[in-house]
Design a protein around this ligand. Structure first.
Ligand code: HPA
Length: 284
């Protein structure tokens, strides 16, 4: 049986991207969450490749997601960014949701920065806060590694410190240096696309979740299977259902990400410059 979202398929997608960008060598991949795609406009010497031009990629369908891979330089590093992602709630297999991470890896990026919009569950989180993801709960009911094993992957990836402790240190010091309040917490990934009920949010709080969203988990699992180092940040776009009693909407999610995008962009850019390989564990 051939594997649809295989390392070989990722190699073909990477080859198509390389054909367009020439001799650039991204060392880190960035996944931009709903409404956070503005970061891609700050990438220098950017080459934008629409999803439709990349073998194995379907078109992006969610409002607030552009649907392009962008290759260029940011924070002094060569980067490849995904503006618009594939969600399991769109009917995609989890393996497709994570496929862009395989493509990043095939391009030579062995580090990953993931971002998302999320609802705040913890009383310590306010709308507009940025939350460094310290860990996640996979409550999507699926896993991108289910199925035939690929030689590129660890069969049973260790998810202890899935969000790299060294990267978390750098994120903390970066935020401090920039005067950005950076919260920390556990991200619960649910299938969606309906938002949670207030009772589900109560359950998530009991389970140890600080924030909830509908993405990220498949990408991080595949990144760990490929031994990539991962950093993650959630933008708290709304209070999760029942926390304040207010109704939830995608419009509010995009309104908040718009408001926070400049702060998010400076955090990511400065993180990139501080995470360049030799200084990885240096305390600055
Ligand atoms: N729940 C799930 N996903 C989300 C939310 C939420 O409250 N906000 C943004 N994405």
């Amino acid at each position: 049986m051939s594997i649809k979202y295989s390392a070989e398929a990722a190699g073909r997608a990477a080859a198509a991207i390389n054909e367009r960008v020439g001799s650039r060598h991204a060392t880190i991949g960035i996944v931009l969450g709903s409404g956070l795609g503005g970061l891609s406009k700050t990438i220098d010497d950017a080459v934008r490749i629409p999803f439709g031009d990349i073998p194995g990629f379907p078109d992006a369908t969610v409002v607030g997601h552009e649907g392009a891979v962008i290759v260029g330089a940011l924070g002094g590093r060569e980067v490849v960014a995904l503006s618009g992602r594939f969600h399991v709630y769109e009917g995609h297999p989890a393996a497709l949701a994570a496929f862009p991470v395989r493509v990043f890896h095939a391009l030579g990026a062995h580090e990953l920065f993931v971002s998302n919009a999320a609802g705040g569950i913890s009383p310590k989180l306010a709308v507009g806060d940025l939350m460094m993801i310290s860990d996640h709960l996979n409550l999507m009911g699926t896993n991108p590694l289910v199925g035939e094993h690929q030689d590129s992957d660890l069969r049973f990836p260790d998810m202890t410190d899935a969000y790299d402790p060294g990267f978390r240190r750098i994120l903390r010091t970066t935020a401090e240096r920039l005067g950005i309040i950076l919260r920390e917490g556990v991200y619960a990934g649910l299938l969606g696309p309906s938002y949670e009920t207030p009772s589900e949010v109560k359950m998530l709080r009991l389970l140890g979740a600080d924030a909830v969203g509908m993405s990220t988990v498949p990408e991080v699992i595949v990144a760990r299977a490929l031994r990539m180092r991962v950093a993650g940040v959630s933008c708290i776009t709304n209070a999760a259902a029942g926390v304040t009693g207010a109704a939830l909407s995608h419009a509010e999610v995009l309104e908040t990400t718009n408001r926070v995008s400049a702060t998010f962009e400076s955090l990511v850019t400065e993180f990139l410059s501080r995470s360049a390989a030799p200084q990885l564990t240096a305390v600055r």
